[in-house]
Design a protein around this ligand. Sequence first.
Ligand SMILES: [Zn+2]
Ligand SMILES: [Zn+2]
Length: 248
Amino acid sequence: MRLTVLGSGTCVPSLERGAPAYHIETAEGVILVDCGSGTLRQLLRAGKSYKDIDAVFITHSHPDHISDLMPLIHALVATPEFKRSAPLYIVGPKSVGDFYEGCILSLMRSPRDFTVETVIAQGKLFMLAVDIYTCKTLHSHDSIAYRFEDSKGVVVITGDCDYDDSLAEFSSGADLLIADCSFPDGMKAPGHLTPSECGMLARKAGVKHLVLSHFYPVKTSDEEILNQCRSHFKGRITLAEDFMEFTL
Ligand SMILES: [Zn+2]
Ligand SMILES: [Zn+2]
């Protein structure tokens, strides 16, 4: 798998960080995880095409994670001299299917040339040569984390979450753990992780590489965030930036 960060930010507009979105190339296709506002433009900037996306996995229905879903479908329907025939899979908690049916389809017709298949993320899924598992997280009523496994390795994306042991167990042994790191230590917001908590999660899970992401704009320096995290996790830590790539 090759993962590209499209958005390492949040709902707060930022010139440095897009709203949450990650692009994963698998052996057989392309997955988007979350699709916050501006994701279509971030795809272009990253040199990726929205036309190639086979499936969109949504962690939860907060607007910063879901709001470019409608522009994505609109672009797939209305781009001149482009005709999509492959189905588009939208995977997520039940609320995401409800969002598609109730919100997107209230403003546009179902695509004529391809189908949109909404899939409830639960248990184990197999798609595009990847095994996919989900875990409920402590954030919103519908928030989940994803674990993607193929023959080369394991990627876990926490989505928005607070610390809990079951998430550490779910992330166990991951090659790459992309964790919500919304606010630094001392500014803890319930339902989100701090750098220290990200470190605790990574240590307990025994991951190889921890990538901190979902940064709200704050004045704390990168160095301080790293140090807060390092006091709990001695492995490799990266602070995500838009367009960073990780290959397993
Ligand atoms: Zn968020
Ligand atoms: Zn959220």
